[in-house]
Write a protein that binds this ligand. Structure first.
Ligand code: FES
Length: 125
């Protein structure tokens, strides 16, 4: 079995509780959120129409897309409902010697509902 993909997120010790930041790694970048002291990371791309979730609003564990309002749980990438059809890839975050690292993702099952690349026809960036 191969090693899960990982991304260096840098020093996020200054990220305040309830705040989020964009890290330019991977295909779309990763939005990292700190909630109740813990770091969570999602691919920075709404599954509905390819909008950066880092421009949305973080309330508790929910990150809301700025375009049409679907919210995603930062703990597992699941979505609250339409207009998004699926969740977004979610990464496990570990802090190693002051540097945060995003590991793996749950992207394998995000298209499992049979709708496929729904966002592809609505690309906004
Ligand atoms: S682009 Fe995110 S809900 Fe439509």
């Amino acid at each position: 079995m191969s090693e899960p993909e990982s991304f260096d997120l840098g020093d996020l010790s200054g990220l305040a509780d309830g705040d989020k930041t964009f890290v330019d790694v991977g295909e779309y970048g990763i939005v990292v959120c700190r909630v109740k002291g813990e770091l969570f990371a999602l691919e920075d791309n709404c599954s509905h129409a390819d909008t950066p979730l880092s421009e949305g609003r973080l309330r508790g564990y929910n990150l809301t897309c700025p375009l049409h309002g679907t919210s995603f749980d930062v703990r597992d990438g699941t979505h609250s409902g339409p207009p998004a059809y699926t969740g977004v890839p979610c990464y496990k975050v570990e802090e190693r010697d002051g540097v945060a690292v995003a590991i793996g993702s749950s992207s394998d099952d995000t298209d499992a509902d049979g709708f496929g690349e729904v966002g592809g026809m609505f690309r906004t960036r």
